[in-house]
Design a protein around this ligand. Structure first.
Ligand code: S6P
Length: 544
C-alpha cells in the first residue's frame, strides 16, 4: 500500500523532531501551570506533550504516549496537585483498604459496590469479577458487585447517554444493595463529572446508616463539574463538597490524584482507566492479603505495590520499538479501510474487547466514514475472545467466557493486564491518529451523545474556529438538526432532546467547524467533507 502524502509528511516531521525525542521536566509539567487552560479541569485539558501527535510518526506517537503515561507517577510538587504517590492519597488508600477488610471479615449482609460509566463501569466490572473469583477460590462469600451505566450491554458497546441519568444510577444501586446492611460504595468518575455517579453518591450520603461512599477520580475537588443536573438539586461538585466534610471523620473517602491531561483530550479510557485499575487493585489486594494472609495493611506496603505498577509501565515501554511497529501496521490497515482484530483468551482478551469497543465513541464509527450500512455493526478495531460470550458471570446473564486458567488474580497478572491495556490503548489510539482521525490532540469527530461530550464539542469549536461561544453553540445546533436556519422549537429544546437527535447524525462537529470557518451552508460543508473524507485534512484545508 503506497504511503500517502500525509504519511510521508509524518516521517519528515519525525526525522526533524528526532525519533529519540525526550521531554524535559518542565515540558512534562507544563500542564500544571495555573495559566495553562485555566478554565478546564485536568481531565479535559489538552496535553502539551501531544500537541503535534496528529503529525507524528508511529515511533513518535509511542514516545508521546509513554511520556503521558509517565505523568501518572510524577511526584507531588509544592502546593500543586495531589498525585498517585502523594502521602495523602496513599493514606486514604490504607483507610479504604481497611474498610474493605472489615467487609471481607464480616461478609454477612455486607457489600462492596464498584460503579461507573463507560470505561469506569467496565473497570468496575473487571475488578469486581477478578476479586470475586479470588474469593470463590478460597470458598469465601462473594462481596463485590458492579454497576455500569446502561447495564451490561455497555460493557462491550458504547452507551454514552445513560451517563446523564442520576435517577437510573440510584435505581441500579438500590437494586444491587437490596437487603444489605453495610455497603461500601465506590463511585468512579475520572472527570468527577458523571451525573449517574453523582446521583448514587448523593443517595449514599442520604443513607449513612448503610452506605459509606468512596469517590475515585482524577481532578482536584474544586474542578468537579458544577453544571446543574436536570431534575436534581445537587451538582457533582456539591456532592463532592459534602463528601469532603464527612471525609474528616472518615464517613466518606475521596481518592482523587491528578494524573495529567490525556494524550487525546478527554479520552479518560487511557490514563483515567489505568489509574483506576491501579488504585482499586492496590486497595482490594491489600484487603485480601490482610484478611486471608494476615498481612497488615500498611502505608509502606501500599506504596510498594503502587511502585510495582510504575515498573510495569517502564517494562512495557521498554518495548517501544515493537509497539511502534505494531502501531504502524495497525495504522496502515485502517488507512486502507481494513481493520485491526485482537484475538486472545481470559482477562487479556477481555481488555481487547473493551479497547475495541471504546474506539467507536472515541474516534467515530467506521460506518460514518464509509456510509455503508452493511458495516454498521463492525468497527475498525474488533476484539475476539476464545470460548465466546458464555461464562462472563456478568449480572445480566451470559455475555462472554473467561478461561479457567485465569481464575486467580495474583498481583503479577494484574500488572500484566495493565501492560496489555497500555499496549492496546497505544495501538488503537495510534492507528486512528495515523488514519487522520485526530486534529492536534483533539478528536474532531466527537459525537455529542451526552452532556459532557456536548459541552466538549462546543468548546472544541470555539478553540478551533476562534468564534464566540454563542455562535459555536448555534452552529453546532444547526449541524445537529441539519438546518441552516434554527426554528424556535430547536432553540428552546433542552439538552436531552439535542443529544438524542445528535445520536443519529454523522460528522456533526466537522460540519459545524467547516461552516464556522468558511461561512458556507450545511449542504456545502457536507460536499466539502465528502471530497476530503479524512476529517483532519478537510479541516486543515479550511484553516489554511
Ligand atoms: C472515555 C470513555 C467514556 C468515559 C465515560 C465516563 O474515553 O469513552 O466512555 O469512560 O464518559 O467518564 P468518567 O469521567 O465519569 O469516568
Amino acid at each position: 500500500y503506497p504511503a500517502s502524502a500525509a504519511a510521508q509528511k509524518r516521517t519528515d516531521l519525525c526525522t526533524m523532531a528526532g525519533s529519540d525525542r525526550t521531554w524535559s521536566l518542565s515540558a512534562m509539567r507544563e500542564w500544571e501551570s495555573p495559566d495553562y487552560e485555566p478554565s478546564l479541569p485536568v481531565s479535559e485539558k489538552s496535553n502539551p506533550l501531544t500537541r503535534d501527535i496528529d503529525r507524528a510518526s508511529a515511533s513518535c506517537i509511542v514516545r508521546m504516549l509513554q511520556a503521558c503515561d509517565a505523568q501518572m507517577f510524577q511526584e507531588e510538587r509544592g502546593d500543586t496537585y495531589q498525585r498517585l504517590l502523594s502521602e495523602a492519597v496513599v493514606k486514604t488508600l490504607v483507610d479504604v483498604a481497611k474498610r474493605v477488610e472489615l467487609t471481607l471479615k464480616d461478609p454477612q449482609d455486607s457489600l462492596v459496590v464498584l460503579s461507573g460509566c463507560g470505561t469506569s463501569g467496565r473497570l468496575a466490572f473487571l475488578i469486581s469479577s477478578s476479586f470475586n473469583r479470588a474469593l470463590r477460590e478460597l470458598n469465601q462469600s462473594l462481596v463485590y458487585s458492579y454497576i455500569i451505566a446502561g447495564g451490561d450491554r455497555a460493557l462491550l458497546s458504547s452507551q454514552e447517554a445513560p451517563e446523564d441519568d442520576p435517577k437510573q444510577g440510584v435505581l441500579s444501586l438500590k437494586k444491587v444493595c437490596e437487603g444489605k446492611k453495610c455497603v461500601l460504595f465506590i463511585g468512579i468518575s475520572c472527570g468527577l463529572s458523571a451525573p449517574f455517579v453523582a446521583g448514587q453518591l448523593d443517595f449514599c450520603l442520604q443513607h449513612p446508616e448503610v452506605f459509606t461512599p468512596v469517590l475515585v477520580g482524577f481532578n482536584p475537588t474544586h474542578q468537579a463539574r458544577d453544571e446543574p443536573i436536570p431534575g436534581c438539586t445537587f451538582t457533582f461538585r456539591s456532592v463532592v463538597q459534602r463528601m469532603q466534610e464527612l471525609a474528616k471523620s472518615q464517613k466518606a473517602f475521596l481518592i482523587n490524584p491528578a494524573v495529567g491531561p490525556e494524550a487525546i483530550s478527554g479520552s479518560s479510557r487511557m490514563k483515567g482507566g489505568s489509574a483506576t485499575k491501579i488504585l482499586l487493585e492496590v486497595v482490594l489486594s491489600a484487603a485480601h492479603a490482610a484478611t486471608f494472609k494476615n498481612t497488615a495493611i500498611t502505608y509502606k506496603g501500599i506504596l510498594q505495590h503502587m511502585r510495582a505498577y510504575k515498573k510495569a509501565l517502564d517494562i512495557t515501554y521498554a518495548e517501544s520499538e515493537g509497539i511502534a511497529a505494531l502501531l504502524e501496521a495497525a495504522g496502515q490497515s485502517l488507512r486502507c479501510a481494513r481493520r485491526v482484530c485482537y484475538l486472545g483468551w481470559g482477562s487479556l482478551a477481555m481488555l481487547g474487547l473493551i479497547d475495541a469497543s471504546e474506539c467507536n465513541p472515541t474516534f467515530g464509527a467506521v460506518t460514518r466514514d464509509l456510509l455503508c450500512l452493511r458495516l454498521r455493526d463492525y468497527g475498525d478495531v474488533r476484539g475476539f475472545i476464545s470460548g465466546g460470550y458464555r461464562e462472563l458471570n456478568n449480572s445480566e446473564g451470559p455475555l462472554i467466557s473467561l478461561r479457567e486458567k485465569n481464575k486467580s488474580m495474583p498481583p503479577l497478572s494484574q500488572q500484566w493486564e495493565l501492560s496489555t491495556k497500555l499496549l492496546l490503548n497505544a495501538v488503537s489510539t495510534g492507528a486512528h491518529v495515523l488514519k487522520g482521525k485526530i486534529y492536534q490532540n483533539h478528536m474532531i469527530d466527537v459525537q455529542p451523545t451526552n452532556s459532557k461530550l456536548y459541552c466538549r464539542a462546543t468548546r472544541l469549536l470555539q478553540k478551533l474556529s476562534g468564534c464566540p461561544q454563542s455562535q459555536c453553540e448555534e452552529t453546532l445546533l444547526r449541524a445537529v438538526y441539519r438546518v441552516d436556519k434554527l426554528t424556535v422549537d430547536i432553540t428552546s429544546s433542552d439538552i436531552g432532546t439535542r443529544i438524542r437527535t445528535a445520536k443519529n447524525r454523522a460528522k456533526v462537529v466537522p460540519l459545524a467547524l467547516v461552516c464556522l470557518l468558511t461561512g458556507c451552508s450545511l449542504l456545502e460543508a457536507e460536499s466539502h467533507l465528502e471530497l476530503k473524507p479524512i476529517v483532519r485534512e478537510a479541516v486543515e484545508v479550511c484553516l489554511s
